[in-house]
Design a protein around this ligand. Structure first.
Ligand code: EPZ
Length: 469
């Protein structure tokens, strides 16, 4: 269904002042040669060593994916997005945009130019949508802009049923009718402002409905929306493109829709989950490492929990954080704790597996309760293969940590990643384990971590990527 759109390009605006460290003076990370087929790769880790040095943090995966979907709202001009990590999920989103007729220019260094002023379809490539959860987010901008869309059910990590009822009920509240996965505006034109309360502060549903409401006719009020920094970052992007959104970062958004949004330049926030993953890498190897760029207020609960286990976290300048667990061996070891995942500002479920791996090496018992996803414990049986003592009851894992100061809790073995964050946790555990650990299923890790093993190598980890013959 060809849809002719012709618009003049407005002058770009730059919105989000980034800590000065992004890209320019971050230490270079060697980009290791890769064959395209990551399914036949494994990471081989020789554990027991310490890490040291600095980690350059990439742009946020979950913000970049949402902002790229948000570029579909910009019928009035092209957008330039900076800080897009070089990961397979971002490549899938680019393929989705192109399948809708958007022009996407990859300029290197994490910069993409997206021109969606002339779309040629309301049905994104189903095989790409099925690769990533964020593929479904395009539903909002498409229905609002084109009056209809047909989107396959999304893919993404197998960590729960991951229904989309909130998306569909929310769009119905804005005047859409849902026929299987074909959603169209009841008035055949576009969406109209409405009120919708999310039963659960779903990140994806909040982002999708915020994009839809930004182009609906009239005012929408969305309550109990997600407050994750990535949701607020998408809102800032839409505002940079001319959207009228009040309450950014709160549980209530009041959005006065605009028929068309213009272009803008935008830099996504640093990835707080990647940051948390490398902070745990320092803790689990009892090392001292610095990281930047970071936005400390996005990491409050992570800093609290790492301090509670016994790490020392300090800010070393604008957007630079240092994590030290080096003294632990001297002053008594890291200790266990109780952890429950919750929507932001609670503890992020995307760091649950990494923290569980850490807690298996700490002194004393820990409890890890997963309240966001009903099936996010795949990593437990793999950690048990490394010698971790964990019992799972329902959505809680009971971790028996290290018994004595001297004994090393984990020993190397062959393990398999079943999802993105679980995969990262196995690599971290492998670095703390005595002997050699082999991690297969690396394609899961490549979905969300840019240059993961290269950054670890740069910190002195003994890690290599090998092709499985
Ligand atoms: C986003 O997923 C992130 N993905 C996830 O990160 C993250 O784990 C999650 O938010 C929670 O923080 C992206 O941003 C691309 P949700 P999303 O909708 O939007 C239920 C990673 O590792 N729910 O907030 O899919 C759902 O079943 C990934 O980077 C409904 O019941 O998460 C779940 O239990 C993994 N109905 C809960 O809400 C709905 O319509 C949270 O899901 C939608 C969601």
């Amino acid at each position: 269904m060809a849809l002719p759109f012709s618009h003049s390009i407005p002058s770009p605006v730059s919105l989000h002042p980034m800590p000065s460290h992004l890209a320019a003076d971050a230490p270079a990370v060697p980009v290791l040669p890769r064959s395209t087929d990551h399914h036949h790769h494994k990471l081989v880790i020789s554990g027991g060593g310490h890490l040291s040095g600095h980690v350059p943090i990439s742009g946020s995966k979950n913000s970049a994916l949402a902002v790229l979907a948000g570029a579909l709202c910009c019928s009035g001009g092209a957008v330039e997005v900076r800080g897009v990590p070089d990961i397979s999920d971002a490549r899938a989103m680019v393929a989705i945009l192109r399948s809708l007729g958007a022009q996407v220019q990859e300029r290197g260094g994490g910069e993409l130019a997206v021109d969606s002023t002339a779309l040629s379809s309301a049905e994104p490539a189903a095989d790409e949508v099925r690769k990533i959860r964020a593929g479904f987010f395009v539903l909002g901008p498409l229905v609002a802009r084109l009056g209809e869309a047909a989107v396959a059910l999304p893919g993404g990590c197998s960590i729960g049923a991951r229904p989309v009822d909130l998306y569909l009920r929310g769009l119905s509240a804005l005047g859409a009718v849902v026929e299987l996965m074909h959603v169209k505006a009841a008035n055949g034109r576009g969406l109209t402002g409405g009120r919708f309360h999310l039963d659960y502060p779903s990140v994806g549903a909040s982002e999708t409905l915020m994009m839809a409401a930004s182009m609906a006719e009239g005012v929408s009020v969305l309550t109990n929306v997600a407050q994750e920094p990535e949701v607020a970052d998408l809102a800032r992007f839409l505002v940079a493109c001319g959207a009228q959104i009040k309450g950014v970062g709160t549980r209530t958004l009041v959005i006065d829709g605009r028929r068309s949004l213009h272009g803008a330049q935008f830099t996504v926030i640093p990835d707080r989950i990647e940051t948390g993953t490398f902070m745990v890498a320092a803790a689990i190897t009892r090392s001292c490492v610095s990281l930047s760029p970071v936005i400390p207020c996005h990491l409050t609960i992570i800093i609290d929990k790492l301090s509670a286990v016994g790490c020392r976290i300090s800010q070393k300048g604008d957007g630079i954080l240092e994590v030290s667990a080096a003294t632990a061996t001297a002053g008594g070891d890291l200790r266990g704790l109780y952890l429950k995942t919750l929507p932001y500002p609670g503890f992020p479920t995307d760091l649950q597996p990494q923290f569980m791996a850490l807690l298996t090496t700490c002194g004393g018992p820990s409890i890890v309760e997963e309240s966001v996803f009903e099936n996010r414990m795949h990593h437990v049986k793999e950690l048990q293969k490394l010698g971790a003592r964990i019992e799972v009851h329902g959505r809680s894992a009971f971790v028996k940590g290290r018994t004595t100061q001297r004994n090393v809790a984990l020993s190397g073995s062959k393990v398999e990643a079943a999802d993105l964050r679980g995969g990262a946790a196995l690599v971290l555990a492998g670095m703390a384990a005595r002997g050699v650990t082999e991690v297969v299923g690396v394609h899961h890790i490549d979905r969300g971590y840019e240059n993961f093993e290269a950054k670890l190598l740069n910190l002195g980890a003994d890690i290599s990527r090998e092709v499985i013959c």
